[in-house]
Design a protein around this ligand. Structure first.
Ligand SMILES: Cc1cc2nc3c(=O)[nH]c(=O)nc-3n(C[C@H](O)[C@H](O)[C@H](O)COP(=O)(O)O)c2cc1C
Length: 132
């Protein structure tokens, strides 16, 4: 589904999931994770995507956490999503069609079995989203 060699997906991790680790995992055949919460400005976040792309030509994922945080505001969520779309060559108005159309593949990550059914409910609400 994601075009990776091994079905091994790196969980999102603040402080750790930055370009070097992300690209190393993708280069090894898994799914590297670039965790957006590591970046507080648009430039930092965009630079991290660009650097990861320089370090690997394999697929990698970007985690945008929806957990409340004093560091990550709703404005950050919008910015993270907008930058992801722009880096895929689209404009903000194309966000939902891009995701629903599969150009950006979205997956919900659940840290435990209790929240997994809620995540799966979300994927049903957003037709076209995938869940793992
Ligand atoms: C240091 C650390 C940072 C994390 N940061 C994030 C994060 O930014 N976003 C997120 O969705 N999950 C984050 N998580 C949660 C993990 O991705 C994962 O869901 C969680 O650790 C449960 O998996 P595990 O049982 O294999 O540890 C973090 C976990 C750790 C240990």
């Amino acid at each position: 589904m994601f075009g990776i060699k091994y079905p091994i997906i790196c969980g999102a991790m603040m402080w750790l999931c930055k370009p070097k680790l992300c690209a190393a995992i993708s280069n090894a055949g898994g799914m590297g994770n670039l965790t957006a919460g590591n970046y507080s400005t648009e430039n930092e976040f965009r630079d991290a995507i660009v650097l990861t792309r320089k370090l690997t030509d394999k697929p990698f994922m970007v985690n945008v956490t929806i957990l409340p945080s004093v560091h990550i505001t709703p404005e950050h969520h919008k910015m993270f999503l907008r930058v992801c779309v722009e880096e895929k060559g689209g404009g903000l108005e194309k966000l939902i069609p891009l995701i629903a159309g599969g150009k950006i593949k979205a997956a919900w990550e659940s840290g435990n079995v209790d929240t997994a059914p809620m995540m799966m409910g979300q994927s049903v609400r957003f037709k076209g989203y995938s869940h793992v």
